[in-house]
Design a protein around this ligand. Sequence first.
Ligand code: PFF
Length: 454
Amino acid sequence: MDLNTKSGRDSFSSKFGVIAAAAGSAVGLGNIWKFPYITGVYGGAAFLFVYLGFIILIGLPIMLSEFMIGRKSKRNPFGAFKNLAPGSSWKFVGLLGVLAAAMILAFYGVVAGWSIDYVIRALTNSFAAKSPGELESSFTEFIQSPITPVIYQLLFMLMTMGIVIVGIKKGIEKYSKILMPLLVVIIIVLDIRSLTLKGAYEGLSFLFYPDFSKLTADGILSALGHAFFSLSLGMGTLITYGSYIGAKNNLTKIALQVTVADTLIAILAGVAIFPAVFAFGIEPSSGPGLVFITLPNVFQQMPGGFFFAPLFFILLTVAALTSSISILEVVVAYFTEELNLKRKSATVLATVLISIVGVVCSLSMGILKDYTLFNFNFFDLLDWISANMLLPLGGLFISLFVGWYLGREKVVEELSQGSSIVEWLVRIFIFLVKFIAPGAIAIVFLNGLGFFSF
Ligand code: PFF
């Protein structure tokens, strides 16, 4: 029985739409400020090597697993496990995913709000003639203020809601098809600018020179955590998107294309950022500081900076938007299918609830910064729990589910839709999801929590 037609569920209408939406989910803030920085810090090509290993051995098979679970069940993550494993506890993996989605979007929306504010700053030329110290204090004052960042965060949440509320075809797919090509064009323009600056080479070597001495245990856990975060894995985003993919599509090919696109764009972002930073003799800073303090400093010295600065922050906002819609959709699909809400009410309700948590995140940078747990403020706590704990755990269970619970026959049935089956590929896939992915996640995870010492 085709549940899709029975329930009149919305779906993607074209293959390009599927890829644009899934790559849109994967390519986000993570690619643009997090990947370049952690690559530089943990040994350039040495880190890249480990990251690519995780992407191929763990990321790709889990992405395919999520697509399969989604397309097979045609449900939100909670409903998907309930449908495929009735009466079991697997559904709690889906529920954990919905929770992780809400947590991630709460802090993600805050950073995306900052990037809208910086689009406006760039357009009004407000970085000009500011000293590095002034740029830093203006960023710090801004994120600590109780009003302006909240307004931009809410504006971003409204934009996300505006796209999700109209549905898959007319909202998520339509906008991803416009925004993703725009993003690629912008990043290429920025790459050309950066690589043609004098002294660009040093930035490339920061990014690519393999320095294995910098590759610590922490770096390896970061590589795993980031593989999950960057590919949008472990919380059912791609289960949800998978549930809107039609039977004609070849899931293996789509997973491969999305993974390659995400990795390429992360590398292109590094190439846009570091050569420019080093060309002006600036020390790259970590995390949000890289994008919101270092880069404004770079742009104000760069020939044509008044043009490239807004372009960069538009890129950041667009990347964040195509990711945030995928995160909100997880919660919306859950609300519509499990709580029987109409799409409109589900979207409004999810946006309001997540925005409230997001406002607390934003305030935890300033007036609420003294409320900490394990030394983390609320923002960092949500980031840490969701990205470092919930996503790898979710990924672990998803791979165990496909490898051990669903089993070979159902995997073959799903993979053979839209393509002819390649026996050795199926064998490798099953081996990866049964043993390699869960084993590697468990080791890296326990090591990161300090259980071993290598
Ligand atoms: N992949 C996005 C990024 O790299 O910014 C973030 C993200 C989206 C994480 C969707 C998780 C998710 F389910």
